[in-house]
Ligand binder design. Structure first.
Ligand SMILES: Cc1cc2nc3c(=O)[nH]c(=O)nc-3n(C[C@H](O)[C@H](O)[C@H](O)COP(=O)(O)OP(=O)(O)OC[C@H]3O[C@@H](n4cnc5c(N)ncnc54)[C@H](O)[C@@H]3O)c2cc1C
Length: 437
């Protein structure tokens, strides 16, 4: 069977490797548009100062060897937060060890079509590749560009991982707007400082919530298994009760959250559309800052920057942005009421990936949607897949020859962001593809 995987970040790379582990003669093809195969966006564009937000002992690429990465990075403790580029090098090393058992093809896929029982993939340079099965492992798209960004002209950086644009922004004299207050904001603020920016930075989000800090995890038994299909308020109440019960024993809420995690995908799958919508509207920001936590070192740096007045966290939204000579005059409506004015020299978008494919300009996604081969998740969380990760087309039919993997499948299970979640999906998909199901 000819399997072609579009995207060679963690998801695509881990799938290719798992396929050849299960079926050594398979020789899947990885198609990747960037120069490196393996690291992807998450581990390819980071700097050594950016650390993983999952402990080394849990970052192994394969479901049956969670501590493989810690073992590979000799001298690294299981509970350490390694530099992110080290994880990129680990993935490259795994791929190199597979030699020619995994074929690598450098290029950008721009179209996928079906004809005569096979799938054809067209690349931007005009080449075509034929496959029996194609896997979309396209990863995390850039954030949505806010309308007010136009006032910033060239001094707005919409892709926070564009190193050249970020470094140019760091050279601006004057305050900067950092839109978003999550993990990406923390990375970007550190990078801007390291690149020489010395003026204040205003980090703005609707609620002004910062990620919580990691603490040593210990096991807490799953406690939400019987809540499938329950109302959101009931689930939240159960979590609160469990946190209180733990606190009474001197146990931290983070442990309780670890006990909730194994149930999240099943809860999402069984939630009706109204419940999912309510979660996204009311709970998501709180879930994000508790679930996606910061290691201690960057957390301390953020605290220092705030104390020194370099970094200011604000809760609110931009009401107006007006160009004034070489800077932008911002009016921010504060969450607690009232308005505040800022003069900034530039801005950078750290609001996180925009998975609403209806807004995507990516040629491949535009073509797939236009030709009805994929359907946009109704809540803007990627594309629609069935329980076996088969892509569901515009007519609602699962496609036997097209699957999806990683963040694009978020609409189906919600919790499919980090390696420990994606590697379970990798194992399931590899099993299906090699068993011919
Ligand atoms: C900055 C950042 C840091 C993170 N840190 C962690 C962490 O510490 N721990 C953790 O567990 N998770 C982390 N994550 C979560 C991350 O989603 C997963 O860990 C994982 O890396 C996702 O891999 P991926 O391959 O699905 O996506 P990506 O890493 O986005 O890779 C997708 C790849 O597909 C390629 N591609 C896209 N479109 C095409 C096309 N049309 N043709 C050819 N190639 C294409 C891209 O060039 C890219 O290389 C982080 C995410 C980000 C963004």
């Amino acid at each position: 069977m000819r399997i072609v995987i579009l995207g060679a970040g963690y998801s695509g790379t881990a799938l290719a490797l798992e396929l050849v582990r299960l079926r050594p003669g398979l020789r899947p093809t990885l198609v990747e548009s960037s120069a490196r195969f393996g690291p992807g966006l998450a581990y390819g564009v980071s700097e050594e100062r950016h650390s993983l937000n999952v402990r080394a002992g849990r970052m192994g690429a394969f479901a049956d060897a969670p501590n493989d990465f810690a073992r590979w990075s000799i001298g690294t403790a299981d509970d350490a937060f390694s530099p992110r580029p080290a994880y990129g090098r680990y993935l490259e090393a795994l791929l190199d060890a597979a030699h020619e058992r995994v074929e690598r093809m450098h290029g950008r896929a721009v179209a996928v079509s079906r004809a005569n029982g096979e799938v054809a993939i067209r690349l931007a340079d005009g080449r075509t590749v034929a496959a029996d099965h194609v896997v979309l492992a396209l990863g995390n798209p850039a954030p949505a560009r806010p309308a007010f960004a136009d006032a910033f002209g060239h001094h707005w950086v919409n892709d926070p991982w564009d190193l050249a644009a970020r470094n140019k922004l760091a050279q601006r004299d004057g305050a900067l707007l950092v839109l978003g207050t999550g993990l990406t904001m923390v990375d970007v603020v550190q990078s801007l400082r390291a690149a020489g920016h010395r003026a204040p930075m205003i980090a703005l989000s609707r609620r002004g919530l910062l990620p919580n800090i990691h603490r040593a995890p210990r096991a807490w038994p799953p406690f939400l298994d019987d809540m499938q299909g329950a109302k959101l308020a009931k689930i939240v109440r159960r979590v609160r009760d469990e946190v209180d019960r733990a606190a009474a024993q001197g146990i931290d809420w983070r442990q309780v959250l670890e006990g909730a995690r194994p149930s999240v995908q099943a809860l999402w799958r069984t939630a009706d559309p109204a419940t999912r919508k309510r979660f996204l509207r009311w709970l998501r920001p709180y879930w994000d800052v508790h679930r996606h936590r910061l290691p201690r070192v960057p957390a301390v740096q953020v605290t220092r920057l705030r104390r020194s007045g370099v970094l200011r966290i604000e809760a609110g939204r931009v009401l107006a942005a007006e160009r004034d000579h070489d800077s932008v005059h911002l009016t921010v409506a504060l969450r607690g009421g009232g308005e505040i004015e800022h003069r900034v020299a530039g801005g950078i978008n750290c609001t996180g990936p925009d998975h609403d494919y209806g807004r995507s300009q990516d040629p491949l996604l535009v073509q797939l949607l236009r030709d009805g081969l994929i359907a946009r998740d109704p809540l803007g969380l990627g594309l629609v897949v069935d329980d076996a990760w088969r892509v569901v087309d515009a007519a609602g039919e699962p496609q036997a020859q097209i699957s999806a993997l990683g963040p694009p499948t978020r609409g189906a299970v919600w919790e499919i962001t980090s390696v420990p979640d994606i590697r379970e999906q990798v194992a399931e998909l590899a099993d299906r593809l090699t068993s011919g199901a």
